[in-house]
Design a protein around this ligand. Structure first.
Ligand code: FAD
Length: 413
């Protein structure tokens, strides 16, 4: 069976990997370069303990109040787009306890086997580093600590089964000596891991190519049509035919689905990162800075800090002021680590459905067309399980249990 996968981010490449191993004749079509979308400069965490969906009871008032602060992690650009109003309305409606709980359970369920699947990738010969030092949440206020204790406890109640320890100020600095005296406590989540995401996607693409799967760069899919036969993907000068198509185009997925009459409440949420060498005591763990809402990953001699959530459409330009926000709000957590040389400043667009949950399933009314997108802030964590689930959908016409609530039908009114 010929399967075209549109998009070579973590999700598209993971789908291609599973589909190719399942025996499909796969072509990955990427309009830019492999892994250079949202999958590039993020912190690379494999963090099922943070499965809580963004829409949650009280989150809207909390976020709007927070926006009044200088250096708020949230920025909303006023817009009159009808699609933004629909997204905001649907986001608001997803903030009930019942929907939050259901979303949390669904995300934990999808991520349940992710550590094992990452190990399987390496065992199969996909060559990337995986860091297993665990994650430490650091808080400078009791309220910040309580928020994440509650969030991770919720994930445990929903089925996350990794060990979790709440630490006082002394203990958290013993575990992570890079933390400053302003940190009043933390949480150690030992099972969590991280990868360098650009290395991960490059490794997947290399593996695919070496095992005979075509991963094509500079191929912009402009539209999809199907009349009684295979799907035809318009790529400008030429077209590509496929029996089945997986749309894994990240924040740009609506551009391919809307012309087919599929309107999803979907926005891009821009985040930024800065990767730098530094002086002083560098962190040894993946660090989540609770009040700043910034994640940090040590990559060898360098640290990468990433965060903020800007609802500014699909504009992926880099605003240096937001990079400044990340550094200004992170450094007080650190004893004496300070950036020396900046290697990379980056902006990426998280694909964000209004209910904060991935969209994985057949596209209703479009036989042979599937979506694998909308992974928000969890696209690295959930990439291998998404690939595995998509393989069952596409090659066996079977919907695995863990994605039953993640299909497109949930947006039908
Ligand atoms: C600051 C930040 C930190 C993050 N940290 C983490 C983390 O630690 N852990 C985690 O799990 N997640 C994290 N995320 C989220 C994660 O990065 C995303 O969920 C994930 O990268 C989405 O992957 P994707 O493959 O869906 O999208 P992308 O990586 O954006 O890939 C989509 C690809 O499709 C291509 N494309 C689009 N349209 C077309 C077209 N018409 N034709 C051909 N190609 C097309 C694009 O060029 C792009 O390469 C973070 C995100 C941000 C912004």
């Amino acid at each position: 069976m010929r399967v075209a996968v549109v998009g070579a981010g973590a999700i598209g490449l993971s789908c291609a990997y599973s589909l190719a191993r399942g025996g499909a004749d796969v072509r990955v079509l990427e309009r830019g370069r492999v892994g250079e979308g949202c999958s590039f400069g993020n912190t690379g965490w494999i963090c099922p303990a943070l499965s809580a969906p963004l829409p949650a009871p009280g989150v809207v008032f909390g976020a709007l109040a927070g926006m009044l602060r200088r250096d708020s992690p949230l920025l909303i650009q006023p817009t009159l787009r009808a699609s933004f109003f629909r997204w905001s309305w649907d986001f608001w409606r997803a903030c009930t306890s019942a929907r939050y709980q259901a979303g949390l359970e669904a995300t934990v369920e999808l991520g349940r086997r992710t550590f094992e699947l990452f190990d399987d990738l390496r065992a199969a010969g996909v060559q990337f580093d995986i860091h297993k030092s665990g994650m430490v949440v650091a808080a400078t206020t009791q309220a910040g600590l309580a928020e994440y204790v509650e969030m991770i406890d919720g994930a445990r109640e929903a089925g996350y089964d990794g060990p979790v320890e709440v630490l006082d100020a002394h203990e958290v600095r013993r575990v992570e000596p890079a933390l400053s005296d302003r940190v009043i406590g933390g949480i150690q989540v030992r099972a969590e891991r991280y990868v360098r995401p650009e290395q991960f996607t490059a490794a997947l693409a290399r593996y695919l190519r070496e095992s005979g799967t075509s991963v094509e760069e500079g191929v912009d899919v402009r539209g999809l049509t199907r009349r009684n036969g295979p799907w035809r993907l318009d790529t400008g000068d030429a077209s590509v035919e496929a029996d089945r198509v997986v749309i894994a185009a990240g924040a740009w997925s609506p551009a391919l689905l809307t012309p087919l009459g599929i309107r999803l409440p979907f926005e891009a949420a821009k985040g930024y990162s800065v990767t730098a060498s530094g002086t002083g005591t560098a962190p040894k763990h993946a660090l989540y800075l609770a009040e700043a809402k910034v994640g940090g990953s040590p990559f060898g001699e360098r640290m990468r800090f990433a965060g903020v959530f800007d609802l500014t459409g699909t504009d992926s330009s880099l605003r240096r002021r937001r990079i400044g926000t990340i550094l200004r709000t992170s450094l007080p957590y650190l004893r004496d680590w300070r950036p020396k040389e900046i290697e990379l400043q980056w902006a990426g667009l998280r694909p964000y459905p209004a209910d904060g949950l991935p969209i994985i399933g057949p596209v209703p009314g479009q036989e042979g067309l599937y979506a694998a997108t909308g992974h928000g802030r969890m696209g690295i964590t959930l990439a291998p399980p998404t690939g595995e689930a998509v393989c069952s959908l596409v090659l066996e016409d079977r919907t695995p249990e863990e994605i039953r609530s993640l299909g497109l039908e949930r947006f039908r009114r």
